[in-house]
Ligand binder design. Sequence first.
Ligand code: AMP
Ligand code: MG
Length: 341
Amino acid sequence: MVYGLGIESSCDETSIAIVRDGKELIALKVYSQIDTHSPYRGVVPEIASRAHLEKINSLLSVCMAEAQISFSSIQYIAVTGYPGLVGSLMIGAQLARCISLVHSIPIVLVNHLEAHLAVIGLERELPAFPWLGVLLSGGNSSIYIYKGFGDMELLADTRDDSLGEAFDKVSAILDLPYPGGPSIEKKALSYERPKGEKSPFPKLLKEDGPDLIRFSYSGLKTAVLYYLKSLQGNPPIEKISYYFQKTAFELVVRNIGKAIETTKIGTVVAAGGVLANETLRSLLLTESQTRPFQLYFPQKKIYCTDNGAMVACLGYHLWKEKKIVGLDFKVSPKRNFEQIL
Ligand code: AMP
Ligand code: MG
């Protein structure tokens, strides 16, 4: 049996996990900084790194105690190395270096985006590669061709805002609490659409042909703003939230369809913070029943959010492939960072 330690500190969640054989969660601790950043309606990098530093050691102790494990039983340390806020990544990296130095445990450096996809391995047998990896989070709206561990090719990206960012910005326009995803979702779910009612927002990127696969959400954000300005009296927040989601998710579904057509890859793995959204989850499930593709996304919502379990899970496969780094490894904000081993 192989026990691995996962360390995640790339953005606003500090997290430590212990995973067995890359597929069984033994313990997971996540500390979310949402309350700390919410007065600013976004993640403040300097505050984020300080908060990681304050929490990470105690999370490690609690996680190890819960797993009833000592460092002598840990075979690898997996740490998020990129992409992320550099000051925050360095906190996790430094913890990994300390443990490695004291206990002689090898380190594997993990791509945060890849870990979001690989986490499904904690819930089921991993499907055979290649996959279409659909990442919808605070920093990404992208589709990757995921060919094998450590091998991802960008197929589609956003021209401007990511989907999570659009949720966060539109929630600010609507004066809903931060983060925007859960609060917009709640409002949208309470809307009962009258039969035949038309959306106040235009279809996104409707001119794009079948070969052009891309995301863009800043226009939708502007459309929400102008719609709101055009109204008198109390704005219909539930209706706006409903049509915002409908318009935003239609582009996701359309792009997945195009990606399948273009690549002929029939395995779709969707992940990232926005996958916590129930409407999106059921939309994708319905789509997978009408089109010939296998759909996977994390069943547990804690695996949609940033977490150390996904890092330990992917780390296991990289460790098996001997992708070990020295103590002088680098971290990076870049998603296509190439670590020189
Ligand atoms: P991540 O970047 O993966 O940490 O995810 C954070 C992003 O996911 C933020 O932009 C949130 O607004 C978004 N998010 C979280 N929960 C939901 C939800 N239920 N619906 C839509 N977006 C969400
Ligand atoms: Mg986060």
